[in-house]
Ligand binder design. Sequence first.
Ligand code: DCP
Ligand code: MG
Ligand code: MN
Length: 353
Amino acid sequence: ESDEEDLKNMSNNELIIHYFSQMAKERKVEGLQFKSLSYLRAINAIKNAPKEIECREDALSIPKIGKSLADHCVEIIETRKFGQLKRQQESTEAHVMKELQKIHGVGAVISEKWFNHYGVRSIPDIFEKVPESEFTDAIKLGLYYYYDWNQKIPREEVTAHSEFVSDVGKKIDPKFIVQTVGSYRRETKTCGDVDFFIMKEDCNDETKLSQFLTTLVKELFKSGYLKCSLFPAHDQLLKFLTGGQLTDKKFCRRVDFLAVKWKYRAGALIYFTGNDILNRYMRTLANNKGLRLNNEGLFKPKRRVIDEANKMGIRLSKMHFKEDDWTLVEGEDEEKIFNLLGLRYLEPKDRNI
Ligand code: DCP
Ligand code: MG
Ligand code: MN
């Protein structure tokens, strides 16, 4: 890679070749081999040209350089820059980062590091360029299931998952409710994963909830439905991220479980139904009212938090959330939470904003 100092010292032809070869690489990354080829042909012709390109006519006199490549040559000679390459590089970066982030376990920070630090430009590149120590267990599974987990799940298949999992749950303890939430509850035609919500009437006992989820997960592994674990095991298992596959289906799907206390079911249900944009919006509304909405419910501050926030001169919403500093206002009724935030109740199907 040349730095700016090198670029300054290049002759016109060298600079054009430099930019054109970069452009060819960018195009190839995007799978536009034929476009990359026209740049490579032009580079070859310029290398064989008898003299420096000084103007448009000079460029056009070279074989393989047509009108648009000649325009690029003029731009490069006059400005020492190549705008289209810059735009292309930026869009390639956005494109590659997006592809990398389709791997479960890879977010903005990791994809940025892989792109800039290891020069990753494609999925196969990962295996050549990224040292194995960078792969967490979740990323390894994300790579293994890269194809499966990026397929949209037809709604009917999510229904089949729901029936299968809740049948297993009923055999363990029929008093536990296993409800399918996320995009499925919002009635979308396809889902990215399957989200299960677990609760039991009047049960606020974390140990009981965690025992049920542990047994459920164990049974689902035994039946061959569950394939892996994406979330480190805890003593109190209230959340489990995994992959599940029905025996008559082609793909392993991403499956999430969340077990919640009865008194927090509405807060949790709103959170886990989403969508994420609505969640962010509702949390902002709560903050603006001096309240707090999280995945348990709507809370109001106790006197001493208000005093402390005032003393520290920071907004209430920026205060670290300690449970006994806040009083639960509403956790059991979704409609009440909407209304307390000044919103009319939205049916799940209307929460796709
Ligand atoms: N959620 C959120 N913020 C996140 C992730 C999730 O608020 N960063 C909430 C809102 C989501 C819900 O959890 O609706 C379930 O998360 P999913 O990632 O499973 O998203 P969806 O079920 O909404 O969509 P998809 O069909 O892609 O799974
Ligand atoms: Mg989902
Ligand atoms: Mn999910």
